[in-house]
Write a protein that binds this ligand. Structure first.
Ligand code: ADP
Ligand code: MG
Length: 625
């Protein structure tokens, strides 16, 4: 008897359904994408009870003709792709003609749809993919699709679903991802009768981000934009002081489609190197627009993975754009053809407006770009301006990203100016025009920890240790490979934990380059003979212990990060500490570095300064309300 059988079409449909429809959230995503493809400007998504009993998506898109309404549920039925030549240039979200077939195979469906301009619409109901009824119906222009009892005929799949609560939040998350990718479409999400979110659909990234991600997250975001020969990236990234515990707030879009991309994630995070606390992640909403031929979406049925044809160019563009945003946003003077630059929100845009003010500002006609005025020393909130930050470039930067495809030779980016290589911070500070330092008065020091400085109408508080640590770090990092070392008068014996001895030997040459001299001594002991010149000899052993701890915990996957981690420790140990008496000249030096904008975050990403404005103080004392 033959063992190979052709599957019953019904069984084949169920298997295919499993690939596209994993859980209620996948239905939400597929239906929303269909609405986007139909040119809808307004969408309502409603779910009940986690999505299994009820999902509805209503749109005001093009609608379907009566003869198309039933056909839409057949497998490989699509209006978006005629032959394989079209595959290259797909601009729509769907194209496989699988979603409706897959969803209808595992649910009860009710579709009402009416084409724009048609006198009446069509109603179709289906159960397990079979049409139950079909006929004319009165309904508004556009399409409404209701999916009931998802997976009712595939109990195995139902069993794998999580609680209603988590399925519901997965649906909301999926809808949010879709909505965030389409600032020009207004999306309302309703869960069990109450509104979860609403995006205005006015075509602006800033209002879309603000309404979907919320005021709190939006207030930490900096706008960015860059372009390079037909590719643009724009959107928002979080300031380094607002690192998050995970990557859930990283949203990447490619041509309007939400994507997951290790390449983009690596480019983003690389830009935060040495400004973000380890274990903290940046947030972003970044929109990448590429020509349709240079990206392949046809990789996975759920289509969240894409393949870029020019990975290195994409990486570089994102990295440099994010870096420029972090270095102080106003590089517009040097940007080539900034598109709609005047519409980009200011750095403190979100922070400085209430929701009402924001809506009012939106209603008002766009004002022309104001003439440049002298910069106040501080922007909104705690971030200081960086007029000309010397920037460290990493030539081996792409090495960490591990490209998977063929890597193109890096082109010369045209859309922005890449950071100039700056071999030495000290030197560059002397060479370039020194940054403007605003008039200020050092009022003193509080708790031997915070320097108080009056600058115009603002009171600046500086964490002297954090600021000094950053200054040390930049200086050490800019030094040529080897760092000055001091030989200890009395060498110290080290007894590292088992296993750490190997680390000491493995990193021996790097440690020597950075000023540590450690020699094996007997079976399990080592002798510390020299430490970096900046450090107190008594800090030698704690520093080595801290470095070993970091290396042991795998914080240094590559030589460059090992070097950075060791320099962090040296910079920290060499910095003046909270609680120490610090001379006036030293305080002055720190204040000037901070006011120049060169020092913003400590190497771990903590802010080095905070600002209290006159308004803050007046409010505190209830002079104003
Ligand atoms: P795909 O989106 O890959 O083409 P689907 O199964 O998701 O496949 O949809 C099949 C077809 O049904 C689409 O190509 C489109 O013509 C039509 N369709 C689906 N949803 C809508 C909608 N909301 N408005 C108008 N037409 C729709
Ligand atoms: Mg589709």
């Amino acid at each position: 008897m033959p063992v190979i059988q052709i599957l019953d079409p019904h069984v084949a449909d169920l298997i295919a359904a499993g690939e596209v429809v994993e859980r209620p959230a996948s239905v939400v995503k597929e239906l929303m994408e269909n609405s986007f493809d139909a040119g809808a400007r307004n969408l309502t998504v409603e779910i009940r009870g986690g999505g299994v009993p009820y999902i509805r998506v209503t749109d005001d898109g093009c609608g379907m003709a009566p003869e198309d309404a039933g056909v839409a549920f057949l497998r490989h039925a699509t209006s978006k792709l005629r032959d394989e030549r079209g595959l290259e240039a797909i601009g729509t979200m769907g194209f496989r003609g699988e979603a409706l077939a897959a969803i209808s195979a595992v649910s009860h469906i009710e579709l009402t749809t009416r084409r724009r301009g048609d006198r009446e619409g069509t109603l179709v109901t289906l159960t397990a993919g079979d049409i139950q009824e079909m006929g004319p119906a009165g309904c508004p222009e556009g399409t409404t699709l209701v999916v009931r009892d998802l997976f009712y005929n595939t109990p195995a799949r139902l069993k794998f679903l999580k609680s209603d609560r988590s399925e519901a939040s997965a649906c909301v998350q999926a809808a949010l991802r879709c909505a965030l990718g389409r600032p020009e479409v207004s999306v309302r999400m309703i869960r069990d009768g109450s509104e979860e979110f609403f995006s205005p659909g006015d075509g602006r990234q800033d209002s879309c981000v603000y309404s979907l991600l919320g005021r709190e997250l939006a207030s930490t975001l900096l706008p960015c934009r860059g372009e390079d020969e037909g590719m643009t990236v724009s959107g928002f990234v979080s300031s380094p002081s607002a690192g998050r515990g995970n990557r859930a707030a990283q949203f990447f879009y490619c041509n309007g489609r939400f994507i997951k991309s290790q390449l983009l994630q690596a480019a983003l995070e690389q830009a935060y190197k040495n400004t973000l606390l380890t274990g903290r992640y940046p947030a972003c909403a970044l929109y990448l627009d590429l020509s349709l031929g240079s990206v392949d979406v046809n990789v996975h049925p759920a289509k969240t993975e894409v393949k870029f044809s020019y990975e290195k160019r994409v990486f570089d563009l994102v990295y440099h754009t994010v870096l420029a945003a972090l270095q102080g946003e106003d590089r517009s003077g040097r940007e080539a053809a900034p598109v709609r630059r005047t519409e980009a929100p200011r750095q403190d845009f979100f922070r400085s407006m209430s929701a009402e003010q924001y809506r009012a500002a939106q209603a008002a006609p766009a004002s022309p770009r104001p003439a440049p005025r002298p910069e106040p020393p501080f922007g909104g909130g705690m971030t200081l301006r960086a007029p000309e930050m010397p920037i460290q470039t990493r030539l081996d930067l792409y090495a960490d990203a591990k490209p998977t495809g063929p890597v193109e030779k890096p082109p010369v980016p045209t859309g922005f100016e890449p950071p100039a290589p700056t071999p030495s911070v000290e030197k560059s500070v002397q060479n370039v025009e020194s940054p403007r330092i605003p008039d200020h008065k050092i009022l003193g020091e509080a708790m031997k920890t915070y320097i108080l400085v009056e600058v115009g109408d603002q009171l600046l508080l500086i964490d002297k240790h954090a600021a000094h640590e950053r200054m040390n770090f930049d200086r050490l990092k800019a030094q040529d490979r080897t760092i000055m070392s001091q030989t200890l008068l009395a060498p110290v014996t080290l007894r590292p934990d088992p296993g750490d001895g190997e680390l000491l030997e493995q990193y021996d040459s790097l440690l020597r380059e950075l000023g540590f001299e450690i020699e094996p001594f007997g079976q399990r002991e080592y002798i510390l003979r020299a430490v970096p010149a900046d450090m107190l000899p008594s800090d030698g052993v704690p520093a080595v212990e801290e470095i070993l701890e970091k290396l042991r915990r795998g914080k240094a996957p590559d030589p460059q990060s090992a070097r950075d981690e060791i320099l962090h420790t040296v910079a920290c140990k060499a910095a003046i500490k909270a609680g120490w008496d610090t001379g006036r000249a030293e305080l002055e030096r720190i204040v000037e570095e901070v006011l120049s904008g060169r020092v913003k975050y400590c190497p771990h990403g903590r802010p080095v300064s905070a600002v209290l404005t006159r308004k803050d103080l007046d409010k505190m004392f209830k002079r104003i309300v």
